[in-house]
Design a protein around this ligand. Structure first.
Ligand code: PMP
Length: 352
């Protein structure tokens, strides 16, 4: 039976996340998680927080965490917002800064949550073409718009746009909010956080899910002019229940303060990425230069969908997107050296 509400429900097109299979143990290279455990100091802080105080609500302003992030970046806490993963921050940012009045811009190949949020909030959007190698041209963002969102490095392509490229987009869109989604910035890219002092229209969104191995804790952060942070707080405070829990607050603070562990795990991921890139190229794959914790690869002969299936059969999960332009590609998260050796061994059998 078709009802008024069933049609409305059917019109929602939710985001389809990467598989989290439970049928067997896979080498999981499909959702860009970090292969290394969180900082031991973060785990200790979470254990400590798991005590009698859990009967108390957490601090709704997340003050201590905002101060920690502010100190890390050399700004004040008025420039910082935190959320349950950067996805939640984006869910707040879309209605805070974009509207039905004018279309927002984002790259044609990009994080597939952006169109989901745009549709959910009734915000029109224009997908700006990337070139045949998925490069973003800042000049193409100089068309009338109601705001811009660009991930840097981009997902799933891993393409990185240099700081001057982001600057160009900020310059041509000074009266609109430009969100730079830096989910993957810590694997070799240069963050544009220092630009928030110069550009009151810049919101930088980051996450603890990737470079700090805390995808399971759900912590994201945003940095920008206090007016933008105020905008996010207004949306957040319209949903009374939304704040980080006590375990997340404690773990996030300790993880950010443990700079040594962070540097060491990132260094390992980057070294493994470079080694894997070279090995994949030797096997005949085209690999886009990556500054993320994943690589985007295509094989000149073997179809990506077949490679995906053959790897899955061998217990290795990677990401295949059945979408125009990228259906020849696989996105492969960087695991440990042993996991990448298993991947390379399997690919030698399948595609060698
Ligand atoms: N932005 C991009 C570009 C991503 O790939 C992801 C991870 N899927 C996110 C944001 C969200 O990450 P999280 O919600 O775990 O912080």
């Amino acid at each position: 039976m078709s009802t008024y509400w069933s049609e409305l429900t059917a019109s929602l097109e939710p985001y389809v996340p990467g598989e989290q299979p439970k049928d067997r143990t896979y080498i999981k290279l499909n959702t860009n998680e970090n292969p290394y455990p969180p900082s031991p100091k973060a785990l200790e802080a979470i254990r400590e927080a798991a005590g009698a105080d859990l009967r108390l609500y957490p601090d709704p302003t997340c003050d201590a965490l905002c101060r920690t992030i502010a100190a890390y970046y050399g700004v004040t806490k008025e420039h910082v917002f935190v959320g349950n993963g950067s996805d939640e921050i984006l869910a707040f940012a879309f209605p805070a800064f974009f509207s039905a009045r004018q279309p927002i811009l984002f790259p044609d190949i990009t994080y597939s949550f952006y169109p989901v949020y745009a549709r959910l909030y009734g915000i029109p959007y224009i997908t700006v073409p990337t070139d045949e190698q998925f490069r973003i041209d800042p000049q193409t963002y100089a068309i009338p718009n109601g705001g811009v969102i660009v991930p840097n490095p981009n997902a799933p392509t891993a393409r990185f746009l240099i700081v001057n490229g982001i600057k160009e987009i900020l310059e041509t869109n000074k009266d609109r909010v430009v969100i730079v989604d830096e989910a993957y910035i810590d694997f070799g890219g240069e963050s544009v956080v220092p630009l928030i002092a110069e550009y009151p229209n810049l919101l930088v969104v980051q996450t603890l899910s990737k470079s700090r191995s805390l995808a399971g804790l759900r912590v994201g952060m945003a940095l920008g002019h206090p007016e933008l942070i105020e905008g996010l707080n207004r949306i957040k405070n319209s949903f009374n229940s939304y704040t980080l829990d006590r375990l997340a607050l404690a773990g996030a603070i300790a993880a950010i303060e443990d700079r040594e562990y962070f540097a060491e795990t990132n260094r390992k991921v980057v070294a493994t990425r470079e080694r894997t890139t070279a090995a994949l190229r030797e096997l005949g794959f085209e690999v886009i230069d990556s500054l993320a914790n994943f690589v985007f690869v295509t094989h000149p002969v073997k179809a990506a969908e077949e490679l995906f299936a053959a790897l899955k059969e061998r217990g290795i999960l990677v990401r295949y997107f059945n979408k125009p332009r990228i259906d020849r590609y696989l996105r492969v998260s960087i695991g440990t050296d042993e996991e990448m050796d298993a991947l390379l061994g399997a690919l030698r059998e399948i595609a060698g």
